[in-house]
Design a protein around this ligand. Structure first.
Ligand code: GDP
Ligand code: K
Ligand code: MG
Length: 297
C-alpha cells in the first residue's frame, strides 16, 4: 500500500438545503450523511474520509448556518457549523445556482474571517433552465467576494465533481494519514443507524414534525447472521407520536422498511430493526436532554 504523505481538512458550509450532504456523499460514494429536501436535515458535524494513494482528504459536513436559532438544538447546530471553519485547509462554500439569499450573505460574512481559502461551489446547475443563466450568476458572485476558486457542479448528477476534487487536491498540504485508510467516517455504526432512521422520518413526515424528533439507538447487537437494532424515536407531544406511528402503524412501518434497506446496504448484513416512539416534552430546547441524546460539541 502507498503511504499517505498529504492530508488535510475540507469544511463544507453553506445555508440549509444547498446540497452539502449530497455533495459529501457523492465524493465518498456512499451515504455517510443523511439528506432530504427539508432544511436542517443535518444536525451534527460529520467527517467523511477519503483515502486514495498518497492522499487523504477529510471532508467536514456541517449543519447549515441559519439565521434563526431560537431553540437549544438550533444553537447546537450553528455551533457545529461555525467551529468547523477553524483549522481547515480549504472551505467549500456551497451555493444554489441562480440563487442568492440573506442566509447566503450571512454565511459569506462569517467566511470573511476564516483563514483558509474559500472555494464557491455553485451546486444544482442541473436545475437551471437556461444555460445562459449561469454566466451572469458567476459574474455577480465574483463581485460579491474574491473567491479563491469558483466551480459550478451538480452533486446530485455528479457533474464536475471530478474537477472539484482536482481543485481540492491542490490545496491539501503535506502530512501523514490522520485516519486508517479504510475508515470512511468518525461516526459509529450506532450513530449512522440512528441517522438513517431520522432520514426516513424527515422524508416521510410533513413539514413540522421532523424538527420535534430525535432518534436514539437503544440496542445494536450482532447476532448470528444479522444485526439487531432497536431505535427509540423521541417526540415532544402525544399528538406527534400518533402522527409518527400513522394510521394502523403505517408510517412507522414504512419508515422502518426504508431504514432497514439502507442499513443493510451500509453495514453489508441482514438487519432486524425495531422502532418505538416515545414522548419527552421539550427535549429540543433542553441542553441536558440534548447531551443525553448524544448532541455533543
Ligand atoms: P444540505 O442541507 O445542504 O445538506 O442539503 P442536502 O444534501 O440535504 O440536499 C437538499 C436537497 O437538494 C435534497 O432534496 C437533494 O436531493 C437536493 N440536491 C442536492 N444536490 C442537488 C443537485 O445537484 N441538483 C438537484 N436538482 N438537487 C440537488
Ligand atoms: K437538507
Ligand atoms: Mg446536510
Amino acid at each position: 500500500m502507498v503511504e499517505v504523505t498529504r492530508s488535510g481538512f475540507v469544511a463544507i458550509v453553506g445555508r440549509p438545503n444547498v446540497g452539502k450532504s449530497t455533495l459529501m456523499n457523492h465524493i465518498l460514494g456512499q451515504k455517510i450523511s443523511i439528506t432530504s429536501h427539508k432544511p436542517q436535515t443535518t444536525r451534527h458535524r460529520i467527517l467523511g474520509i477519503k483515502s486514495e494513494g498518497d492522499l487523504q482528504v477529510i471532508y467536514v459536513d456541517t449543519p447549515g448556518l441559519h439565521l434563526q436559532a431560537k431553540k437549544a438544538v438550533n444553537r447546537y447546530m450553528n455551533r457545529a457549523a461555525s467551529s468547523s471553519l477553524s483549522d481547515v485547509d480549504l472551505i467549500l462554500f456551497v451555493l444554489e445556482a441562480g440563487r442568492w439569499t440573506d442566509e447566503d450573505e450571512n454565511v459569506l460574512l462569517q467566511l470573511k474571517n476564516a483563514r483558509a481559502p474559500v472555494m464557491a461551489v455553485v451546486n444544482k446547475v442541473d436545475r437551471l433552465n437556461e444555460k445562459n443563466e449561469l454566466l451572469p450568476y458567476l459574474a455577480k458572485l465574483g463581485q460579491r467576494h474574491a473567491f479563491d476558486e469558483v466551480l459550478p457542479v451538480s452533486a446530485l448528477k455528479g457533474d464536475n465533481i471530478g474537477a472539484l476534487e482536482a481543485v481540492v487536491e491542490k490545496r491539501i498540504p503535506e502530512g501523514p494519514a490522520l485516519f486508517p485508510a479504510d475508515q470512511v467516517t468518525d461516526r459509529s455504526e450506532r450513530f449512522l443507524a440512528a441517522e438513517l432512521v431520522r432520514e426516513k422520518l424527515m422524508r416521510n413526515l410533513g413539514k413540522e414534525i421532523p424538527y420535534a424528533l430525535t432518534v436514539e439507538i437503544e440496542q445494536f447487537r450482532e447476532e448470528e447472521e444479522r444485526l439487531r437494532i432497536n431505535a427509540l424515536i423521541w417526540v415532544e407531544r402525544d399528538s406527534q407520536k400518533r402522527i409518527v406511528i400513522g394510521k394502523g402503524g403505517r408510517v412507522l412501518k414504512e419508515v422502518g422498511r426504508q431504514a432497514r434497506l439502507d442499513m443493510e446496504r451500509l453495514f453489508g448484513q441482514h438487519v432486524f430493526l425495531e422502532l418505538w416512539v416515545k414522548v419527552k416534552e421539550g427535549w429540543s430546547d433542553s441542553e441536558r436532554s440534548l447531551r443525553n441524546f448524544g448532541y455533543r460539541d
